[in-house]
Design a protein around this ligand. Structure first.
Ligand SMILES: [Zn+2]
Length: 323
């Protein structure tokens, strides 16, 4: 018996955990949020203490234990590899960098973090920090970051609009700017080294901790960083547009638009995750129909049904597999 698609209930990070968060996930997607400063909705997460859940309330880690390869796929080994979030940055996030697998395993006993973003909504003038300006070396960055605000002119600012996509490999200095709602696909890790927090203080007058030594250790210099140029890919059956946004060492992400009865075949090697950006209808072979409202994510088991999808815009991400 194939497993049915699993409608995920998110876990939220909010309040003091995300002082930069807002209410856009409610404004845009009708979510009942835990707080007026809700920064992160973890749509598909097996992070300890922040598991997303199925409609019966079972945490993802338990589902993975229960169904094993039927759920995650024959080629997905070890811990659940990916984390999918929606992020609402009412205010800008701290400037940060993540380690790669080798550094994270050596220093934290965890996975590294390569991530990627699709901008879902951006206020006029919204921008990201994406890398450092060309010509800056480690020593310059070290001296500037020790002086706090002096690091600001070294940060590369990129204006964004809805639909733009960015790849942030481990070692890339980055920050989400104010007025941005985005889709984030990443390795399942929470290792973050903070360079700079815009001199912000909480209501007790305290700044958040920085991790300058480790941040400098893992920062890569001289990288070519460009927004993603989507690659057209034919749809399987039906009609619609499909673009490959990310094809990285860790994950694949396709964007589908204006689709009618497009086939999403189950892949016994790996699970995938479908996030509706506008209302999306999924039809199973037995005729069962699920209507996903905008902003909802379904986990599609590796040993699931082939599905027919109809919708104006949705994203499908899956783990990369190495043969
Ligand atoms: Zn990050």
């Amino acid at each position: 018996m194939p497993l049915s698609p699993i409608l995920m209930q998110p876990a939220y990070r909010y309040g003091a955990m995300t002082p930069w968060g807002g209410t856009r996930l409610s404004d845009l997607y009708g979510r009942a949020l835990p707080d007026s400063r809700t920064g992160e909705s973890l749509e598909v997460s097996a992070i300890a203490g922040l598991n997303s859940r199925d409609s019966d309330g079972t945490p993802l880690s338990e589902l993975v234990n229960k169904y094993g390869k039927l759920l995650v796929g024959t080629k997905v080994r070890g811990e659940f590899p990916l984390l999918l979030k929606l992020i609402d940055a009412k205010e800008r996030l701290s400037v940060q960098v993540h380690p790669d697998d080798a550094y994270a395993s050596r220093n934290e006993g965890k996975l590294g973090k390569t991530e990627a973003w699709v901008i879902l909504h951006a206020l006029p003038g919204a921008e990201l920090i994406y890398g450092i300006v060309p010509g800056v070396n480690r020593e310059t960055l070290r001296r500037a970051s020790e002086q706090g605000a002096q690091v600001e002119p070294l940060l590369r600012r990129v204006p964004v609009k809805a639909g733009d996509a960015f790849y942030i490999p481990a070692g890339t200095v980055h920050a989400i700017g104010a007025g941005i709602v985005l889709y984030e696909i990443q390795q399942s890790s929470d290792v973050t080294y903070r360079f700079y927090d815009w001199e912000r203080r909480d209501r007790h007058g305290n700044k958040r901790a920085l991790h300058l030594v480790k941040a400098l250790d893992v920062t890569k210099f001289g990288e070519e960083l460009q927004p993603i140029v989507p690659l057209a890919v034919p749809v399987d059956r039906g009609t619609g547009q499909r673009e490959r946004l990310f094809d990285t060492g860790y994950f694949l992400t396709d964007r589908y638009q204006d689709c009618t009865d497009v086939l999403l075949p189950a892949d016994p090697r790996r699970f995938s995750m479908l996030t509706a950006l506008s209302e999306t209808t999924l039809r199973q072979p037995d005729g069962k129909v699920t209507v996903l409202p905008a902003g909802q994510t379904m986990l599609l088991p590796a040993l699931g049904d082939d599905l027919l999808a109809t919708g104006g815009s949705f994203l499908v991400s899956a783990p990369q597999i190495k043969d």
